[in-house]
Design a protein around this ligand. Sequence first.
Ligand SMILES: [Zn+2]
Length: 292
Amino acid sequence: MILQAAALSVLLCCVHTYTLWAPFEKTEESSGNTIEDETLSVSELLERANVDVGKNFDEPMVMFGDIAVPTGLQNADPCTARGCLWPKATDGNVYVPYRISNQYSQRERQTIVRGLRSFAASTCIRFTPLNRQSDFVDIQSRSGCFSFVGRRGRSQVLSLSRQGCVFKQIIQHELLHALGFDHEQTRSDRDQHVRILLQNVMPGTESNFRRIRTRNLGTPYDYNSVMHYDRFAFSRNRQPTIIPIPDSNVAIGRATQMSPTDILRVNRLYGCNSTASRPHLKPVQRKHFLEK
Ligand SMILES: [Zn+2]
């Protein structure tokens, strides 16, 4: 474990020196996505796409399904109180530079750009093409879908494999990790809203269900969050691993895009002072969440 951590820290110190892979000689049709995939839940897509994740030595350790971890087992969302937020510009927007690998087809690239731009419609997050900034999100097709949580400094890989990750809900999910968010079912208050059935969880994947001391920003637990896994996530026996309580029949983890609460959280975490494009959401003062 110590050796593993040491090797990992060496690997991760060099993340910013990664060079982009040569483009695959694949056509759009061979990327493996089908219309049916568009309706799958985030966790179904993640589980399917991440079968081989972490097996390549040159990739960061991936835990909790799709979260890349720099060292040890620390939770990430609390990092937002310690400086892993992306900085706010004087105009009130939060500019997050990105680079998209040339591995993608034009259509895949368009889908990714649409996902990046979707944040501008309802939040003050502005993903913008890299222009000499030092910290940026480096979007590449690696072996699965994964992201670090929050801003890590320098280049940080956000993997959207061409084989199963280039979907709006996955793109938004991974970008929300990069902005500092954890999975909904790991929220600090999750035991009041879901029951975790560890006896049905695939051995070795229990960490997906660990509770985290998240900052919940005064928002309610949200079964429709794009960050919520579905009830059969990481099941070893086709029995549920997550059951909503008290009503076990409520649908969970079926989001195909960010929920209004996901959007509200971004606005609260980043102190976006205008929610003009989501008029049904109340404006929130920055002071409000700093006190949490
Ligand atoms: Zn995730």
